[in-house]
Design a protein around this ligand. Structure first.
Ligand code: ZN
Length: 149
């Protein structure tokens, strides 16, 4: 069992029990389905853009609390940001996940996502935490490409 800070554990459980934006929007500009076979996590995630801004992120999924909470956190945090900001934040989160516990993450930038910092010490769970973020990256690139046509 993972040992995470109690407060962080609570943030993760709260997102798991009350996931944000967990109703798939059929009018998404792009929709992707990503799986993490090592754990059995699965999500479908849609992105809507307004120019270069992330208008909405909606998703549906099943899986462990880390994957579901992390997707909820990402959908909440990245909505309303420009694509550039959203990518910079995602890059910071990726760095945090690859840090093996050596960095804590900036709460000013990552907000609730810092609660997942402890996951970086558990290599088997990092893919769970990254699932929603990778799906966002994929969907936002597809949505952007579609809009550029
Ligand atoms: Zn998982």
């Amino acid at each position: 069992m993972m040992q995470l800070d109690n407060l962080y554990q609570e943030v993760i459980l709260d997102h798991y029990k009350n996931p944000q934006n967990k109703v798939l929007d059929p009018n998404s500009d792009a929709q992707v389905h990503h799986v993490n076979p090592s754990c059995g996590d699965e999500i479908t995630l849609g992105v809507r853009l307004d120019g270069d801004k992330v208008l909405s992120i909606s998703w549906e999924g099943v899986g462990c609390s880390i994957s579901q909470a992390s997707t909820s956190i990402a959908s909440d945090l990245l909505t309303g940001k420009t694509l550039e900001q959203a990518r910079r934040i995602s890059e910071d989160f990726l760095q945090l996940m690859q840090s093996k516990g050596s960095i804590e993450g900036d709460p000013e930038v990552l907000e609730d996502a810092v609660a997942l910092a402890g996951v970086s010490k558990y290599p088997a769970r990092i893919k769970c935490a990254l699932l929603g973020w990778m799906a966002f990256k994929d969907a936002s690139l597809q949505a952007e490409a579609k809009k550029a046509k």
